[in-house]
Design a protein around this ligand. Structure first.
Ligand code: SF4
Length: 959
């Protein structure tokens, strides 16, 4: 690297020269930001081996050089005084934070001993759950090699409703798997997206919309972040988004504003559904030779629904060959949603949105979709071989996230949203929502969840998958759950991301069985990732009659000293994101956009100055010690002696397909699929740590039905076959489950779950009041929400010296009118009660919130000592968690059974269902309650009382 010259000037003759501008850095390394989940490209400036500053990478497809406050503050995350320094073994009682430092050999010996015993007896006694890490392609694979079905990451806590509804309806999803057509959309509806989600891409996209004058409506009970710059803010009542969407559908159907051609060609709207109440195939598709049937309105006959020459009818009742009745899906849609209970007048009071507003938005959607059509002069060919001269689209797009997802009715709300998109013909057409490769995928994706393996055996498949029907559930012969979190059981059949939020509660109660070891990575389960914080701490620390902890062993890996570290037995300290390799894989969470497939890596930009190791390396080494089949060869030698970087390059789940798709082939000549390339990581590093492969112009839209796209996706290894993906507006999979609940089929549903499955497995979207609302509305009249601030990502930010200056403490935000009624002023202390617990915190009045809702920033409050914060830090005195108020299980039902506080289809944690009441707190208060005792600290870096980062630079540079 060429040295940068420092300009030197003399004030006057004879004066010594003065350096007016010293070079910021002597070296720049590219990597990928991990201050949130958006995966922006960054350039890290280094001097004397220290990080000087972080800059956005202008060439990077995710952020195009944009860097947010969090991204810049990555320096403080890297130099955080909370960083763990060496493996730790608990010596005091759990929760006290008393540890002794041990060597890595001892740590790995202990872990191998514990895990080896489990694997040799009953592998599912290991519960291996990870948090917001981005290496699930590795961790999931490791779990299957170990042989435990008890694995998942944090999706069940976050947004599995969004993912499952998307994957079972449109073969794709929002978040990082799809995006609005920012260049062409004219009307953009954003549902429940906090400002840190898909942060820089959405910010860049919104600036494009604003520059073009497109209309942007934000539907969100809270007006901050994106909602604050929306053209219109709809402060909806939490949990009623589905009702609002179904009312929009009602209006579109009533006014005939639907895209019949799109529905007939690209969805199952014309497929005939058997109408034979009580029969075992009632509600399934009418088929001939396994192919769905439709009614041809020109030929007046039954035809194959996928017949390219058919003119399928969307309405009417038809007679099948066996004399039974059948109707097209669209007829069922029209019958259901034209009902007056979905009319704007009927839903206005429940949603808090006036009937006039709902009618206007429906009319505006229709106007944008049908009167402002976008035409792109680009020929394309559909899956039947028909040529189209132009790409014609509906410039209406939508995006949604956890705000609609984290409710007990979230799955159906997300499905309703996809139905609305499809009715408008606004899926992967110019101007609308667009898939990002490797999506779209078959509906549902092909992998099914694996069942348990025997001792010393790997799973046959992966722990997480996509059930197609009752026979794919992970249950025993009596229909009882086999997984510790009860995912893929009758309690949550489509829990495709697992149910992290109930693992501790279930393990504590030995329901359905006790576990031996809880192995966690990067998830603060005893604090802000618990739905029920104090109770979770109790479960982690309570002993049984023999004096043993009810969860006997806990192994935890993280880079920082958190509440979860204090509640664990063996700590395997991780590096920061600037000290290791990571992989944003197309098999997992890629960085693709709608116009290209893309993936990325992180590479170490500095060496650890502590005795810590990348968790991925540790996991591979543990696998070798345990002799897991994928990790050792026949002679028992490591298959990946170079640890994670070696695995990234050389592991192939299928021949020619690896974790990284770029520069495959011996010489890097292949893109997508190809042989492993020993120099692949160097290629990535030389290219700014990312790879991007543009989709050909003729394949850019209509991806699920575009012959060129399907062929391209097969060539790249994203699809097995170039088969079209028809949107499943009516879900036969859901109907299969419902039929089982009604007593049909081979698989029997345990009696206690039958009504629940029959009710919530409706093949068309439904809306029902969130469960907490049904039980608590009278006593707890308010909704309570949390959201992450723009400047912080979960609790990580609360240890970051720069970001703490933006949010060092949080308040409960209350609407002015509500506050006036309750005689509450700014900074007053208020007591917030739920059916579960109570907190006392300070208030902040606002206009920007739904009047029946209170809210706060997420994960700012800390237990004293956690993150190595100073005693009396604002985070531990005035910060607080709403999590204390949320229960993990719903109230007891007849027979004593308690369901998870979750969506009944997917098991998504329903923490946005929370209902509370508030009152002005009695007496004097100086800190938030509940308060927790200070944690002891293991050896950590000295915590500076006054931050002078950079002062050292100058002193070292001054001669
Ligand atoms: S949006 Fe997220 S990934 Fe991008 S710079 Fe900010 S913190 Fe980093």
């Amino acid at each position: 690297m060429r040295p940068i010259e420092t300009p030197k000037f003399k004030c006057s003759a004879g004066d010594p020269p003065v350096a007016t501008n010293s070079p910021t850095s002597e070296q720049v390394k590219y990597t990928t930001c991990y201050m949130c989940a958006c995966r922006c490209g960054i350039k890290v400036h280094l001097k004397n081996g220290e990080i000087r500053y972080i800059e956005g990478n202008r060439e990077h497809p995710v952020n195009r050089g944009v860097l947010c406050a969090k991204g810049s503050a990555g320096i403080m995350q890297h130099y955080s005084p909370a960083r763990l320094r060496k493996p730790l073994l608990r010596v005091g009682p759990r929760g006290a934070g008393e540890f002794r430092e041990i060597e890595w050999d001892e740590a790995l010996d202990i872990a191998t001993l514990w895990l080896g015993r489990i694997r040799a007896t009953d592998p599912k006694r290991l519960a291996f759950f990870t948090g917001r890490d981005q290496s699930q392609a590795l961790t999931g694979w490791w779990a299957s090699q170990f042989g435990t079905i008890n694995y998942s990451a944090h999706g069940g806590f976050c947004s599995v409703n969004m993912a499952a509804a998307g994957l079972y309806t449109i073969g794709g999803s929002f978040w990082e798997f799809g995006e609005p057509d920012w260049r062409h959309t004219k009307y953009f509806l954003l549902f429940g997206v906090a400002e840190d989600h898909d942060s820089n891409p959405i910010k860049i996209g919104l600036s494009k919309l604003k520059a073009r004058g497109a209309k942007f409506i934000s539907v969100n009970p809270i007006r901050t972040g994106y909602s604050a710059i929306a053209d219109e803010w709809i402060g909806i009542r939490p949990g009623t988004d589905g009702l609002f969407v179904l009312s929009l559908i009602h209006e579109l159907l009533r006014s005939g504003k639907v895209d019949a051609d799109f529905l007939a060609r690209f969805t199952n709207a014309a497929w005939l559904v058997i109408q034979d109440e009580g029969a075992p195939d009632h509600g399934l598709f009418a088929r001939q030779n396994d192919e769905p049937l439709a009614w041809d309105r020109r030929r007046n006959t039954l035809v194959r629904a996928l017949d390219a020459d058919a003119s399928p009818s969307l309405v009417g009742e038809r007679k099948l060959a066996d004399g039974r009745r059948a109707v097209p899906v669209f007829e069922l849609i029209a019958r259901r949603y034209l009902d007056q209970r979905y009319s704007p007048d009927a839903v206005a009071a429940q949603t808090g949105i006036s009937a006039a507003t709902i009618k206007r938005i429906a009319a505006e959607l229709a106007h944008a979709a049908f009167e402002q059509v976008i035409e792109i002069d680009q020929p394309w060919t559909d899956w039947t071989g028909r040529q189209h001269q132009r790409m014609t689209g509906r410039p209406v797009s939508m995006h949604a996230m956890r705000g609609i997802s984290a409710h007990s009715n979230g799955f159906h709300t997300c499905r309703a949203l996809h139905l609305l998109q499809a009715l408008l013909g606004a899926i992967d057409t110019p101007g609308s929502f667009r898939y990002e490769p490797p999506f779209p995928r078959p509906i549902p994706p092909v992998a099914k969840p694996a069942g348990p393996a025997g001792p010393d055996k790997p799973l046959v498949g992966t722990p997480l998958g996509f059930p197609r029907g009752p026979e794919d559930l992970v249950v025993d012969v009596n229909g009882l759950p086999l997984r510790i979190d009860k995912a893929f059981s009758w309690e949550a059949p489509l829990a495709i991301h697992g149910m992290l939020h109930v693992v501790i509660a279930n393990a504590f109660r030995a329901d359905p069985y006790p576990i031996d070891t809880l192995f966690l990575y990067m998830t603060n389960m005893s604090w802000n990732s618990a739905m029920n914080t104090a109770e979770t701490m109790r479960m982690l620390t309570e002993r049984d009659a023999s004096g043993e902890y009810r969860i006997p062993r806990i192994i935890y890996s993280d880079a920082y000293y958190s509440e979860m570290v204090a509640h664990s037995d063996l700590i395997l300290p991780d590096t920061t994101y600037l000290e290791r390799y990571d992989c944003m894989s197309l098999l997992d969470r890629p960085i693709s956009d709608a116009e290209a497939a893309a993936d990325a890596i992180r590479q170490p930009v500095v060496k650890p100055d502590r005795d810590v190791r990348p968790f991925q390396d540790v996991l591979i080494e543990l696998g070798v010690r345990l002799k897991l089949p994928g990790l050792v060869d026949a002679a028992g030698k490591p298959k990946f002696p170079g640890l994670y970087p070696d695995y990234l390059v050389n592991h192939e789940p299928k021949p020619g397909i690896g974790l990284l798709a770029g520069w495959r082939g011996t010489n890097g000549e292949c893109q997508g699929t190809g042989a492993a390339n020993a120099h692949q990581l160097v290629k990535y590093a030389d290219n700014g740590c990312f790879w991007r492969d543009p989709i050909p112009a003729e394949a850019l839209y209509f991806k699920p039905w575009n012959r060129d796209y399907l062929n391209w996706a097969v060539k790249k290894g994203f699809l097995e076959r170039p088969e079209p993906v028809f949107l499943q507006l009516y879900s036969e999979t859901l109907q299969e489950f419902r039929l089982a609940a009604l007593g049909h089929g081979r698989v029997r549903v345990p009696p206690m779950h039958r009504d629940r499955v029959a009710t919530y497995f409706d093949p068309l979207p439904i809306w029902y009041a969130p469960f907490e609302e049904v039980s608590d509305r009278g006593d707890f009249p308010l909704h309570a929400l949390t959201q992450r601030p723009m400047a912080m990502y979960h609790s990580w930010g609360a240890q970051n010296a720069w970001l703490r200056q933006i949010h060092g403490e949080n308040r409960l935000h209350i609407h002015h009118q509500l506050a006036r009624r309750l005689d509450i002023a700014d900074d007053d202390w208020v007591t917030v009660s739920s059916a579960h617990s109570e907190i006392t915190v300070q208030a902040k009045l606002t206009e920007g919130v739904n009047r029946d809702t209170v809210w706060t920033w997420n994960a700012i409050g800390k237990q004293p000592g956690a993150w190595n914060l100073a005693p009396g830090s604002p985070e531990s005195r005035r910060g607080f968690l709403m999590n204390h108020l949320i229960r993990d299980l719903l109230p007891e039902r007849d027979g004593g059974y308690r369901y998870a506080n979750a969506d009944p289809v997917t098991g998504q944690a329903a923490w946005y269902d929370l209902r509370v009441r508030i009152r002005k707190a009695a007496g004097h208060h100086s800190h938030s309650e509940p308060a927790f005792p200070p944690l002891n600290l293991p050896p950590l870096a000295e915590r500076p009382d006054v931050l002078r980062y950079g002062a050292g630079f100058r002193s070292r540079e001054t001669p």
